[in-house]
Design a protein around this ligand. Sequence first.
Ligand code: SAH
Ligand code: F3S
Length: 477
Amino acid sequence: MSADKVIEEKKQGQALLTENKEGNHKKLFIESYGCSMNLNDSEIVAAILADQGYNTTHLLEEADLVLVNTCSIREKAEQTVRKRLEKYNAVKKINPTMKVGVLGCMAERLKAKFLEEEKIVDLVVGPDSYRDLPNLLEEVEAGRDAVNVILSKEETYGDVSPVRLNSNGVSAFVSITRGCDNMCTFCVVPFTRGRERSRDPKSIVEEIKQLVDNNYKEITLLGQNVDSYLWYGGGLKKDFKNASEIAQATAVDFSHLLDLVAAEFPKTRFRFSTSNPQDMSLDVIYTMAKHENICKYIHLPVQSGSTAVLQRMNRQHTREEYMELVDNIRRILPDCSISQDMMTGFCGETEEEHQETLSLIEYVKYDFGFMFAYSERPGTAAEKKMVDDIPLEVKKRRLAEIILLQQKYSLYNTQKFVGKTVEVLIEGSSKKSDAHWKGRNSQNATVVFPKGDEQIGDFVNIYIEDCTSATLLGKRI
Ligand code: SAH
Ligand code: F3S
C-alpha cells in the first residue's frame, strides 16, 4: 500500500498504530470515530487483545481482525461508519478470512440488528463488554454470531492499562467516569453508554503515574460529565445517599480528584473534558486557580442561549445561571478560556430563541466552539415526545450564523495573545510545515513556531507575533 493510502486511512477514522508485542502474530486493525472517550476505549481494547495474540496494524488489507469503534451522536456519524463497512466489504474480497467487529455506541444502539443489516459484520460489542472480546472471538471462530451489548453498573476498566495508540508520547487521555445520567432529551449517550459510574481514584493515580514515568507531560481526564465524578467505594452515583456514613464522609468528588492529581504530579499538565454547567461547582474553579499545572481552559457546552429551549432539552440550568457561572469563572480565573457546544434547530426553536443563542455567544465571547444542527436520534425523549419541526434549511442558516459569530470571537480571543509570551508544550511538527513545531498553551490555543533545538515534550516560552482565528504564530524567546 502506498504512503498516501495509509495517510488517507488515518484521516478518515484515525486508524491506530502501536508498538508490537513480542510473540504476537495476529493482526488487528482498529479505528475510532467520535469522541475522545472512544479513542481511549480503543486503547483499552488494544490492551485486551494484545493478551490474545494481536498486534495492531495500519494496513487494513493484512488484518485478521478489523474493529471499528462507532459513534451515534448524530445521524451523519452513523452514515460515516456504514460507508466504512462498505470499504471493509471490498477488502474482504481479497482477504476472505478477515473478521469484522463493530464496537461502541452504534453497537449498543443497534445490537443484533447489525448482524442482519450488515452482512460483513461478525461481532457486535457494546462499550461495557470489551472484556468479553476473547470469548466473543472464540464464538466467531466457531462460526457463531457474537453479540454482547450488556451495559454495566460497575465496569470502568480501571485495571486495564491502555495501549497508547497513535500517541505523540506527550499527551494522553485517562478516563475517570463512564456513562451519563443527565438524560438531555436530544442525546443518545445515556442509552448507548449507560448509567454513570466513577473510577477508583487509586487506579486513576496509578495510570497517571505510569504515564508520567513514561515521560507523558499532559493528561486529559475524560468523562461524559467529569464534574459529576464521585467515588465513595463504587457503584452508581444515584445510590450515594444509601452509602455508609464513612463512605459519604470520605467520598472524593471532582474538585478533590483534581486537587489530588495536580498536587501528586506537579510537573504534569492537567486538562479535563467535558464539563456540564449544571454540575460544575465553584470548588472546581477554585482548585483550578490553586494549581498552576491545571490548564486554564473549560469546555462548557450549553447548546442554547434560551432558557425555554434549555428546558425542552432537560438541561438543568437557565440562561442566567449559566451566565453567572461564566461570571464566576471570569472572576476567579481571569485568564481562563471557555469553549462551547451549541445546537441549532432543536424542536420548536423560534427565531427569538435563536437570537438568544447569538446574544449568549456575544456575552461569553467564547474562545472557540463546536456547533451542530440538531439531528433527531431514535429512542431519545425528543424523538418520542417532540416534533423535529425546524426545516433543514433553517437549521443550516442558523448554524451558519452562529459559526460566523463564533469565528469573530475566536479571532478576538487569539488577537489578545499577540504581543504576549505563552508557555507551550511541544506536541509535534506543524501539519503545514515540517520546519515548525506545534503545541498548545494553557488556554488550549494552538501555537506554531519555527523549530530550533527543542524536542517534542519540551515546555517552551513563545512570544506571539501574529494569529489567525485558530492559531497563534510566534517565536522562541
Ligand atoms: N457531555 C458530552 C456531550 C456529548 S455529545 C461531552 O462529553 O461532550 C457532544 C455534543 O454533541 C453535545 O454537546 C451536543 O452539542 C452535540 N449533540 C448531542 N446530541 C446531538 C444531536 N442529537 N444532534 C446534534 N448534536 C448533538
Ligand atoms: Fe448527552 Fe447531556 Fe449526558 S449531552 S452525554 S445526556 S450531559
